[in-house]
Structure formats: C-alpha cells, structure tokens
Design a protein around this ligand. Sequence first.
Ligand code: AMP
Ligand code: MG
Length: 346
Amino acid sequence: METVILGTGNSQEMRIAIDQAVDQLERGSIVGLPTETVYGLAADALNADACATIFEAKERPSFDPLIVHVSGEKMLNNVAEIPDEIADVTYDLIKEFWPGALTFILPKKDIVPDIVTSGLQTVAVRRSKNKIFSEIVNSLESPIAAPSANRFGSISPTSAAAVFTELSGKIPLIIDGGACSEGVESTIIKIEPSQKKKPLIKILRPGPITPEMLKKFGKIDKHQHSSEESSSLTSPGQLDSHYAPNTPLKILNSPEEFDCDPSKKYALLSYRGQKKDGYLELCDWTHVETLSPGSGKLPEAAVRFFFSLRKLDELGVDEIISEPIPERGIGFAIMDRLKRASYQFS
Ligand code: AMP
Ligand code: MG
C-alpha cells in the first residue's frame, strides 16, 4: 500500500487534507493524524473492524486498550457514563483542561466496541485541542480511537515524518500538521470517590497535565503501578518496557556512574547541555543532543524528547547515555518515558 502524506501549510491544503482524512475514516480506513501530544493512528471508534486494523498495523497486543477522542461533552456522554459520585470533580476537570491532554477512565457504554477497550468495562476518553484533529472528529460526527502512530513498543512519533518511518506501507494517509506542541502522551487519570472531602485522582500515566495542576481538584495518587499490578486491569498498557529505541539506552543518575569503554561509540541525551552538570566531558561523545539548551525548560524538553531520542537512535552508536530529567512538572512524565525506554537495557 502506498502511504500519502498531505500537508496543511495553507487553508486550501488544510481543507483537502481534512476532507480526505474524514473520507478515509468514513470508509473504515485508518489515518495518521496530528494531536497536541503525539501523532495518533486514527479510526472510527464505533467501527470494530476499523479499530482491529489499528491493532494490526501497530502490531499492538489486543490487551492494550485504545483512547477514544471526542468532540465535546455530548459525544463523551455517548461513549461513557459519568457516575454521580465523581460527576462534580469530572466536570470541573473537563472545564479546566478540555480540550487538552487529559484522559479520563470512565465506565463505558455498550456502543463502544469491546476491541477498543480490550474487553474492559471502562473506556479512556479525551478531547484533543489540535485544530486539525478537532475538525476531523467534528466532521466525522463519531468518536475517534487513536493510539500513538508507531509500531508497538517503539518511540512515539511527534512529526509526520516519524509516522512515515514507523508505518509507511501499512496505512494509506498521514496528515502533516507540523510538530506536536506538547510532545508526550496525555495524562491518564481515574477518579475514585472518597468519604473525605476530596476525591482521589489516580494518575495511571503521567503527562502534560501535571500532578501540580491536578492537586487542587483532589488527592493525587501518582504511584506508578508495575505491569504485574496493572494486570489487575488498572492500566494494562503501561508496560515497564515501552517507547524503546533499537540502540541500548542507559540513564546515568550521576556522572560518576559512567564507565566509558574506549572501543565503543556513545551519544549523550543532555537536559540542558551545561558543562557544570558534569556529563559533557565524560567521554568523546559521537553526538550530544540537548533537550533544552541554557537554563533548561521542562516543557521545551518534553516537546523535543521523542524527536531527540529518535535522532540519537538513527546515529548507529553502540549506546545512548541519558542524563536524568528533574522530576517536577512535566519532567515527571518525561522521566516516566525515559525509564520505560531504557528498561529492557537495564
Ligand atoms: P495510547 O497508546 O497513547 O493510546 O494509550 C493507551 C493507553 O491508555 C493504554 O496503554 C492504557 O494504559 C490506557 N488505557 C486505555 N484504556 C484504558 C482503560 N479502559 N483502563 C485503563 N487504562 C486504559
Ligand atoms: Mg503509545
């Protein structure tokens, strides 16, 4: 199958791209689409056969459920139930963060095919703020299932070119909406009612909506469940190894941990590229990729993270070494991805 990339550089191109994407989705096909987090591989969420094609193209195991993207509260109510005990806090969070990178786990309605939720009685729902994606879900008038547009377990795509590298030949169309503005996947939460004043907000996957941003709405539980615990169906897709490059990747928690083998080629993923952090002169790096040069800004590091990891993976070095990222704000989500990306090499 030939994979076409359509640009959206001017309003005419944009119109054509949106119309073609909607047309493909209506016909039960799958399409690579930009969102503010990472590029998604989209299908009509109410079309079970189309959703099956997502699993096939990504080689994604059927136990890993998909996120359903809606156009607003009406569509949300078509796919999910909002239990009375958590309705107030859910609507408060929607008001504050939608459209945006916050995904809710809620009881599902029968209209959602089982394949989308991997047989769970809950569904993950969010509303994207990307203009192109929003127009497509509005025009389709049906929710869109869209996991990240990469082969299962590999680095998430934050550009149309990265989607092409991952899935060309397997999907008919990619819409190029430029680089993603957030750069890491949405925050996934599950709200539990509590006898106390504040409900419990469990962060199943950290993301752009940070614990600091959520804490005024409830008591935050940011404990990341291991895959063994999560087989108890809290967040089955949060596997220990994920987002992995082909090149071995190691996080060095301090520069002293590095034992340089002179016969090997190394590349460094640096947070801010500063000598005083102690990593730059550890070795004769083949390449140093800096996430946020200068004083270090976490949102900038998030935007560049997957792009940089992909670039380092393409260098052909023996090992990628990464500095740790400060675990505050969105840094918590970046470190979550980095740990999973390095897990299989540790
Ligand atoms: P993505 O690959 O970005 O679409 O993210 C999908 C992830 O959302 C899955 O890997 C799960 O971790 C999580 N998820 C989706 N649906 C559910 C659900 N019903 N319950 C818990 N976690 C879910
Ligand atoms: Mg993914």
